[in-house]
Design a protein around this ligand. Structure first.
Ligand SMILES: C[S@@+](CC[C@H](N)C(=O)[O-])C[C@H]1O[C@@H](n2cnc3c(N)ncnc32)[C@H](O)[C@@H]1O
Length: 242
């Protein structure tokens, strides 16, 4: 939906309103994103738009960004924590080569299955190993097995914000040196700079402290180089250097 004047917030599904001007965001979508969005991703976006929790989906511009990044780093072995209906998962599956792999985890299989027919039709479902359940115990098992250490080229984390630091403690050993971890929502609807008395929605207020803590921890971690981008709801890329 187009932005309509300065006082109306942008209504696009997945848009978290961080750009100063809605018209500018619409310009990005109309000129660069939608004309180049693969047909299956468009279809999945439309399926997701009808779902009551559609606010959770990755935005189309972030999907395009992930796709470009995966190709630039030539990612093959990847992981995603937080799938929902699978928009970022499909972006990943389309971007990696045919023999590429995605270990995808989510506590909710039902939402994944909403998007699955579109992913199957796109011919990329064979790259996905979906595990239903909390991600942390899976990671705990994985780090015990030497062959998993340093084996991932790219990991995208878009799930429970109160666990990001716990994920990072494990993921840093699973991503290869030179590989990238992307943490989503690191600007948390702009709430990272909200004054203490700001009228924030309950879930935004609850998770804000975890996001602030994560951002500090990433900035202080000598094992990674970081880059925080104002794409979507903020995404911090961490390139493992040690
Ligand atoms: C913001 S959504 C993910 C959006 C998705 N990347 C996309 O492109 O649509 C967050 C997801 O994290 C999942 N989640 C929450 N806690 C989790 C956990 N402990 N382990 C794995 N997934 C979890 C939720 O079920 C939800 O589907």
């Amino acid at each position: 939906m187009a932005a309509n004047g300065d006082n109306m917030r942008h209504q696009e599904v997945g848009h978290k309103s961080l750009l100063q001007s809605d018209a500018l965001y619409q310009y990005i979508l109309d000129t660069s994103v939608y004309p180049r969005e693969p047909e299956p991703m468009k279809e999945l976006r439309e399926v997701t738009a009808k779902h009551p929790w559609n606010l959770m989906t990755t935005s189309a511009d972030e999907g395009q960004f992930l796709s470009m990044l995966l190709k630039l780093i030539n990612a093959k072995n990847t992981m995603e924590i937080g799938v929902y209906t699978g928009y970022s998962l499909l972006a990943t599956a389309l971007a990696i080569p045919d023999e590429g792999k995605i270990l995808a985890m989510d506590i909710n299989r039902e939402n994944y299955e909403l998007g699955l027919p579109v992913i199957e039709k796109a011919g990329v479902a064979h790259k996905i190993d979906f595990k239903e359940g909390p991600a942390l115990p899976v990671l705990d098992e994985m780090v015990k097995d030497e062959k998993n250490l340093g084996s991932f080229d790219f990991i995208f984390v878009d799930a429970d914000k109160d666990n990001y630091i716990n994920y990072h403690k494990r993921l840093i050993d699973l991503v290869r040196v030179g590989g990238v971890i992307g943490y989503d929502n690191t600007l948390w609807s702009g709430s990272v700079v909200a004054p203490p008395d700001a009228p924030l929605r309950k879930y935004i207020r609850y998770y804000r402290d975890f996001v602030l803590e994560l951002n500090k921890a990433l900035a202080a971690d000598p094992r990674i180089e970081i880059c925080m981008l104002p794409v979507g709801d903020g995404v911090t890329l961490c390139r493992r250097v040690a």
